[in-house]
Design a protein around this ligand. Structure first.
Ligand SMILES: [Zn+2]
Length: 250
């Protein structure tokens, strides 16, 4: 059966996300089981909140015209340089770099879930939203709760924020509170949990990263975050010209 895919980022077609495992390392979860769990997590937990459905399919190789979730050993893996662009043939792509993720103590299923959810909400990693005191926040749904995990039928998934997390009006005194993340750990909009972070654009000085705790900052700075979607966002925001030439190199 031909794969039905979105010709663009249009929301009138449910995108097919092709899951490709090019990593030679142990993911610590069977790949088939992981893809099935991610699909169920979308259908039962994430899509009812965000309304961003997707059909996950497994494949040995990428398929032009589809969205992708790709597992690689690391940013320098041989023969996979085409994955380094933010899109594959102009389509959204999310990457999981298994070696650095494991090195920094991440659970691969959680990292995969994190990247997938953020891609579905912001396919081109380009959305920003108004925050408190004239700041502008990256519209990422897992970063601020990055270290908080959900046990989903025995496979760990990532906590994520709800749309209300970005509601400025809920910061006003007396405003009605609501649920801000799946695990109900976040108590107000624009709160960063201890194990989270966010990229924030201030009125002056460009984009800075704000961490939920000093421990998170230390841990984060030790990680290899090259080619993460958030890195592209940061580069693009600082200097569009440079980013363009860098993309041509990859
Ligand atoms: Zn993220």
């Amino acid at each position: 059966m031909p794969i039905k895919h979105a010709p663009d980022f249009n929301r009138d077609v449910v995108p097919t996300v092709v899951c490709v495992n090019k990593s030679t390392l142990d993911l610590e979860v069977d790949f088939d089981r992981l893809v099935r769990a991610l699909q169920r997590f979308l259908d039962e937990v994430f899509v009812p909140v965000w309304g961003t459905p997707a059909k996950l399919v497994k494949s040995k190789d990428p398929k032009p015209g589809c969205w992708h979730l790709v597992f690689l050993d690391d940013a320098d893996q041989k023969g996979t340089s085409s994955f380094h662009d933010i899109t594959y043939s102009g389509m959204p792509i999310a990457k999981v770099f298994v070696r650095p993720a494991k090195k920094s103590g991440e659970v691969i299923s959680v990292t995969a879930c994190h990247e997938l959810l953020e891609m579905l909400v912001d396919p081109s990693a380009a959305l920003w939203t108004d925050g408190p005191r004239g700041t502008v926040w990256a519209y990422e749904v897992c970063d601020v709760v990055e270290d908080d995990k959900i046990d989903f039928n025995g496979i760990q998934m990532s906590d994520f924020v709800y749309p209300a997390y970005f509601d400025m009006f809920r910061l006003k005194r007396g405003a009605k509170s609501t649920q801000y993340d799946y695990l109900k750990k976040v108590k107000r909009p624009f709160q960063i949990l201890d194990g989270g972070y966010s990229d924030i654009h201030k009125k002056r000085g460009g984009v800075t990263t704000k961490w939920g705790s000093p421990e998170k900052k230390k841990h984060f700075q030790e990680e290899d975050r090259r080619y993460h979607r958030s890195q592209f966002r940061r580069k693009r925001h600082k200097s569009r010209g440079r980013q363009k030439s860098r993309r041509n190199e990859t």
